[in-house]
Design a protein. Structure first.
Length: 192
């Protein structure tokens, strides 16, 4: 399951992509200061958009809250659940990683990067709890199934507001994209 993603695009691209929906982001505590993030991992603080008293807010938020057993909750199953009463969020990303078994002669797992075909940025559907966020997961779509038995919920740029404000049925949003919507490339081991 996704335990690493990236956001390399300039911060202005995130703001512009969200603002295309007609809403405007606010920044409680001021504009966050962050640069390109090539590897965002569990526990890192990264930008998320959630609803606050002033509307859609972008804040730097830690990835994963602690379960009652003390384990990090970084992915959360969306199957057959409603999040209408949850603190929903959008996690901006331009790539996420999955890992498969190591190739012959390698000790480390093979690392694959997925990107949304034809778009520089996408949203991951998430929820916020205890001041941290987790990514929602679903059954794998045809682009992910060869690599993993679950996947994060990837939303197209135009579907971000629909998740945040629940403007479409959850079942329509919390599912895998059709075949060919995600591009995949092997990033480790690098081909010689």
């Amino acid at each position: 399951m996704c335990n690493e993603y990236q956001l390399i695009l300039p911060f202005d691209d995130v703001i512009e992509t969200f603002n295309r929906n007609g809403d405007r982001l606010v920044f409680p505590g001021g504009m966050p200061n962050f640069g390109p993030m090539a590897s965002i991992r569990i526990g890192d603080r990264s930008p998320v958009i959630s609803l606050g008293p002033s509307g859609a807010e972008l804040t730097l938020t830690p990835w994963a809250w602690r379960s009652p057993q003390g384990r990090p909750v970084f992915n959360f199953r969306s199957d057959d659940r409603s999040f209408a009463n949850s603190a929903r969020c959008l996690i901006p990303a331009d790539g996420f990683f999955e890992f498969t078994d190591a190739e012959p002669g390698q000790k480390k797992k093979t690392k694959w990067r997925f990107r949304l075909a034809g778009a520089p940025l996408f949203w991951v559907a998430g929820i916020v709890k205890d001041g941290a966020f987790a990514m929602l997961t679903t059954e794998p779509g045809p682009d992910i199934a060869p690599y993993h038995d679950r996947q994060i919920v990837v939303l197209r740029p135009e579907d971000g507001a629909a998740w945040l404000y629940l403007q479409k049925p959850e079942a329509e949003l919390l599912r895998a994209l059709p075949a060919g919507r995600l591009d995949v490339e092997k990033v480790f081991p690098v081909a010689a």
